[in-house]
Each structure stands twice: as C-alpha cells, then as structure tokens.
Ligand binder design. Structure first.
Ligand SMILES: [Zn+2]
Length: 266
C-alpha cells in the first residue's frame, strides 16, 4: 500500500493544488493502487459530491478561528463511508494565527481516518509548527506529467518500471512519436521519474516530483544503481535537446530507448 500521510501542504497556484488535492483524496480512498478514477468513490470525490469530502474556504480575507474550531470538531467524527475523511483548506495561508493554532492539536494527534490538505501559495504565512506537522508538496514548478494522456503515460511507466521488450520497440517508438504531447515533454516526465529514483536511492531529502508513484518508483529503484540513473538522466536530456532542435522525433525515440536499454534502466 502506498503510504499517505495525515496532513499535507500543497504549495502552488490554487488551480493546480486544488486538482492535486482531489487526486490525493481519491488515492487515500480508492481501493485500487494506483487509484482507478472510475469507481464510485473516485467519481464522487472528483464530482465533489462525496459525503466525506469537505472544502474550507476563507470568509473574506481570512479563515477565522471559529471556522477552524468547527472543522476540528467535525473532523473527529468518523467518516460516513470513506476510509479517510478529507478536508481541503483552500487558501490555507489565509488562516489567522489563532486559526492555525486551533488546528495544531489535531495535526499533532490526528485520527487515523483523517486527511487534511492545506492549499497555499505562500508558505511563509504558515506557522513553522503547522508546517512541521505536514508533508509539503511543491507544485510551484511546472509538472512534467501534467498534460500526458493516460495511455501514453502507461507506456512510459511500463518502460520505466518493467523494462523494454525489444520485440516491441517499433510499436513504442511509433506510439510515443505520434502522441499528442510533444516528445520533449514526455521525455521530461521520464527524466523526472529517474530523478525521483535517484532521490530515493541517495536518500536525499529533496521531495519526489511524482509523489503518486512513490511506491512503484521505490520498488524499481532497488534494481538500479545511482550511476545508471545519472546516466539515464543524461541520455534523456541529450535527446530532449535533439527534439527541441527540431530533430527527427522517431529517431530521437529510438536513440533514447536503445540508450536507456543499454544502461539497463528500461
Ligand atoms: Zn477508485
């Protein structure tokens, strides 16, 4: 099972973090790993109609302590049907200091069936005591994986996680070169996955970019050496350069897949 903590700060633009929050809410509650996106629970979380999903918004310029006290009381009631009751705090950086303090005790000692998601642009507006009790996910940078269609993402993950079957290389190259998303964006996503595995491998404190894949990447990283991962990232960036320089995409994908295969990272 993927480990999902009890509280997160999602840092970045509201539009992006709100979307990410729902993905986390689904991941915490879907019975499948990775989350299926199709079950009753996933669909209702997505539609905002799940009885265990709550949104907290500022009243005017701030989120006041009274509101947080209400939320805290409610949060200690068990979920109606989900595994985890989810509270999404929009513009959490607008919580007053009293409001943040009122949240602290629950952050320190949360019910296991609870998930708090604090969306914020400005982490400096949050108390260090609040920050230290949450996992921080940083979406202030562009996410390589954002616009990749599901079937293409599946191919990339299959390559990264379970390797390349040589007999299928033509099929993969064709699929990837013809994807609606630019090849360099797909390669950036692959690079971010290898980068994450390097982070895992070297026990670096840097956060993972693909947090939703952390279990799979951890497992895969066991088979790969840091040297091979660095090499993989180098190979990826040299082909990203080639694609950006308007090189032949099909050729770039062949070079890439063969290069990665040679390093035994796909
Ligand atoms: Zn589901």
């Amino acid at each position: 099972m993927r480990k999902i903590f009890h509280a997160y700060i999602l840092l970045g633009p509201e539009e992006e973090t709100a979307k990410r929050a729902i993905e986390l809410a689904k991941a915490a509650n879907c019975s499948e790993t990775p989350l299926c996106g199709r079950c009753e629970c996933c669909r209702r979380m997505e539609a905002g109609s799940h009885p265990d999903l709550f949104h907290v918004f500022p009243d005017g310029a701030s989120i006041k302590v009274e509101k947080i006290r209400e939320v805290v009381m409610g949060s200690h009631q068990p979920p109606v049907e989900a595994k985890r009751k989810v509270y999404v705090f929009h513009e959490a950086d607008k919580m007053t200091l009293d409001a943040q303090n009122a949240l602290l005790k629950t952050l320190e000692d949360p019910p296991t069936s609870l998930l708090f998601l604090l969306l914020a642009r400005n982490i400096k507006a949050l108390l260090p005591t609040v920050i230290s009790r949450c996992q921080v996910l940083d979406y202030t940078k562009t996410d390589e994986a954002r616009d990749i269609p599901g079937d293409v993402r599946e191919i990339l993950l299959k390559l990264i996680l379970s390797g390349l079957d040589y007999s299928k290389i033509n099929f993969y190259v064709q699929k990837l070169a013809e994807a609606e998303v630019e090849s360099d964006a797909l390669m950036e996503f692959m690079a971010s996955a290898y980068r994450d595995m390097l982070v895992i491998k070297t026990k670096s404190k840097a956060g993972l970019k693909n947090w939703d894949l952390s279990d799979q990447l951890k497992k895969r990283a066991q088979d790969l050496s840091p040297r091979a991962l660095v090499k993989a990232i180098e190979i990826l960036y040299s082909q990203i350069e080639a694609v950006k320089a308007k090189g032949n995409q099909v050729l770039a994908w062949y070079n890439l897949l063969l290069g990665l295969k040679e390093q035994e990272v796909i």
